[in-house]
Design a protein around this ligand. Structure first.
Ligand code: PLP
Length: 379
């Protein structure tokens, strides 16, 4: 089956017991045991729940993995993945990652003794140069957030394997429909399922997937022990969202390409960061490892004042920190999603107050373009 078909017809898309075309929501915490000698498949929802299992099997299947884990948020999935490491371990991390992940690493995991070096993972020579005897992991986001820089996943995974590092890739922007890091040699994929997989801005969720039985045992222990599991109803919402992922993403990408192309020629726009555009420095690598460019791009305005004006004046995109939803969402990463990064670091990366991020929704492209056009005009 091709990827689009599998989004609708995976092994857990139906209730095998009844033929129901939607998996039942098992809103139960405890599962009665046959006897002390015969415990059933499920005991207690933190350690396992049938609706959660359906989602976990579905995401494992879609990512080309063997083991899936569902968490209460993307950050809970990332926290579990980062908890695979121990005090004294050194981690190499992509420079412009999601601000919440940066905060978790620098404000929490550092306190527990992880050593972290942020590195430009688009340049694997720079990554190799930072590997020390204590380096145990490589954490990647591609396309990166918000500057849409591209890391070569297969080459990064090969380098990491040479040095015995665990690789983790945040696949939120691409989803398994467009990109499958495990098939390129990455060890663990994490998602904010809150975004494209759920797709409707109504459910906070996180996922982690691996092929490796040893890492899966550790992740299962962390999931059950840390306890930030996804509730049955939210699992059902993500399972439902996955069924329409292909059409949403295809439409969002088509509109994003049209808007990014138009903005790239606008006199008030200094740069557009979108791997779908000719001339994007990572375009060739990106299309080697992904089927499409996705529905998010960033653009740099002539001035910070203009960036502020555009965000405040648009009528269709909502101003918000999220992405991947049916409604377009516009944001100023410097103060919103990446507000927790130190000013100096943001300046060095180019996450400044003239940079706007747009997550394209399902509105008509012409309406979005007209809206951006009026927002770009002088007040
Ligand atoms: C790329 C990426 N990873 C992780 C997260 C965190 O996910 P959540 O908000 O579901 O905890 C986000 C949230 O914006 C994100 O954009």
């Amino acid at each position: 089956m091709q990827r689009g078909t599998r989004l609708v017809h995976h092994r857990f898309s139906m209730d095998s017991g009844t033929g129901g075309v939607s998996i039942p929501i098992h809103q139960s915490v405890v599962f009665a045991q046959e006897s002390l000698e015969q415990p059933g498949e499920y005991e207690y929802t933190r350690s396992g729940n049938p609706t959660r299992r359906a989602l976990e099997e579905a995401i494992a299947d879609l990512e080309g993995g063997n083991y899936g884990f569902a968490f209460a948020s993307g950050m809970a999935a990332i926290t579990a993945a980062l908890s695979l490491f121990s005090a004294g371990d050194h981690l190499l991390v992509s420079q412009d990652i999601y601000g919440g992940t940066y905060r978790a690493l620098t404000r929490v995991f550092k306190r527990f003794g992880l050593e972290i070096t942020f590195v430009d993972t688009t340049d694997l020579e720079k990554v190799a140069a930072q590997i020390r005897p204590s380096t145990k992991g490589l954490y990647l986001e591609t396309p990166s957030n918000p500057l849409m820089k591209i890391t070569d996943l297969a080459r990064a995974a090969a380098l990491a394997r040479e040095h015995g590092l665990i690789t983790i890739a945040d696949n939120t922007f691409m989803t398994p429909y467009l990109q499958r890091p495990l098939e390129l040699g990455i060890d663990v994929v994490v998602h904010s399922a809150t975004k494209y997989l759920g797709g409707h801005s109504d459910c906070l969720a996180g996922l982690a997937v691996t092929r490796d039985a040893g890492l899966a045992r550790e992740l299962a222990l962390l999931q059950n022990t840390l306890g930030a599991v996804l509730a049955p109803h939210e699992c059902w919402l993500i399972l439902r969202g996955i069924k329409t992922l292909k059409v949403r993403l295809a439409q969002q990408e088509q509109t994003a390409t049209a808007l990014a192309t138009w903005l790239a020629g606008h006199p008030q726009v200094k740069a557009v960061y979108y791997p779908g555009l000719e001339g994007h420095p990572g375009r060739e690598v990106h299309f080697r490892q992904a089927l499409g460019a996705g529905g998010v791009f960033s653009f740099r305005l002539a001035t910070s004042e203009l960036a502020r004006q555009v965000i405040n004046k648009v009528r269709l995109p909502i101003i918000g920190s999220s992405l991947g939803a049916v409604e377009s969402i516009i944001s100023l990463p410097a103060t919103m999603s990446h507000g927790s990064l130190p000013e100096e670091f943001k300046k060095r990366l180019g996450i400044t107050s003239d940079l706007v991020r747009l997550s394209v929704g399902l509105e008509d492209a012409a309406d979005l373009q007209a809206d951006l056009e009026q927002a770009l005009k002088s007040p």
